[in-house]
Structure formats: structure tokens, C-alpha cells
Design a protein around this ligand. Structure first.
Ligand code: SME
Length: 163
């Protein structure tokens, strides 16, 4: 049984380092996409402060479709290029949005969301798997340490799928 240990660290970077270790342990030995995505969303959502949504949008070959997540029910389909998620998917670059009100085209699934990070998930052969999306109800909740931390976590997720 996986035990979610409380993360109490001096710095945000150390906190992410420990969370990366926990995520690696949680996903080790399992390659099922939905199982890993569900557990990954749960461990991140319950290990970081001030999040109101954390989850996946998976690419179905045409658009992004909501996948495993923690938080309130969300928009189901997002076209490439639309919103923060669609922008991350199309540009294949992590989107760090400190204030969603200043992001042209932001899709407000939950009116509480004020800040967001979306990381594109690219398979080894270059195909788009989807995106990883975290929302916060606090403006300026996310900074460059969060961008690096989320990218490190997503690397663990993608690594686990390869087995
Ligand atoms: N805000 C996102 C939509 C997804 S929800 O945040 C869960 C966007 O603009 O793409």
C-alpha cells in the first residue's frame, strides 16, 4: 500500500524533489496509462498547497479530452490552440500563467481558478499524448520553480509508461 507522506521541506525545490521521488515509487512497475494518470493526479493534488484542480487532458488524434483528475468536474473537450491547455499542446511548450485573467482565451472551467501551469506530454516518437494541467485559486501561486517541478514530475510520468 502506498503511503502518502507529509512533505515538510525548507524550500519549494526540495519539496518537488521529494514529490518526484514519491511519484516515481508510486508509478514503478505499472505501465497502464489510466491507472498511472489517476494515481499521479492524486499524489500531486494532495501533496501541494493551494491547488483546486490537477489532471490530464489526453489527445484523441483530433482534440484534447479530459482524463483522470482531482478537483471539480471540468470542460470535456478542448481544441488544439484553444485556452491554456490547447496552447501548450499546439506549441509543445509549458505554459506558466500567473494570472489567468490576463491570458487571452483562457477557458474557465472552474471560476475559482486564478493561476495555471500546463505541461505538454510528448511520446518518444514525437506524438502528442496530451497535457498535464494544474490550477490554483491564488493569483501568482506558480513561479519558475513550479514550472521546473511540474516538468520533472511529468518526466517521471512519461518514463513510467515506457516501463
Ligand atoms: N483553464 C484551462 C481549461 C482546463 S481547466 O483549467 C481544468 C484552459 O484554459 O485550457
Amino acid at each position: 500500500m502506498f503511503e502518502l507522506k507529509p512533505l515538510v521541506h525548507a524550500s519549494k525545490r526540495e519539496h518537488y524533489d521529494e514529490l518526484v521521488r514519491q511519484a516515481r515509487g508510486l508509478l514503478a512497475g505499472e505501465r497502464n496509462l489510466i491507472a498511472n494518470a489517476a494515481n499521479f493526479a492524486a499524489v500531486v493534488f494532495h501533496s501541494l498547497p493551494e491547488l483546486n484542480w490537477a489532471g490530464f487532458y489526453l489527445f484523441d488524434g483530433n482534440e484534447l479530452v479530459v482524463g483522470p483528475f482531482q478537483g471539480k468536474p471540468a470542460c470535456i473537450r478542448i481544441a488544439l490552440g484553444r485556452g491554456v491547455c490547447g496552447t501548450a499542446a499546439q506549441t509543445r511548450e509549458t505554459q506558466l500563467v500567473r494570472n489567468v485573467n490576463a491570458f487571452d482565451g483562457h477557458i474557465a472551467c472552474d471560476a475559482a481558478s486564478q493561476a495555471e501551469i500546463v505541461v505538454p506530454l510528448i511520446l518518444p516518437d514525437g506524438r502528442l499524448l496530451g497535457v498535464w494541467d494544474v490550477d490554483s485559486p491564488v493569483i501568482d501561486r506558480f513561479d519558475e520553480d513550479d514550472r521546473a517541478g511540474m516538468q520533472a514530475l511529468c518526466a517521471v510520468f512519461m518514463e513510467a509508461l515506457r516501463g
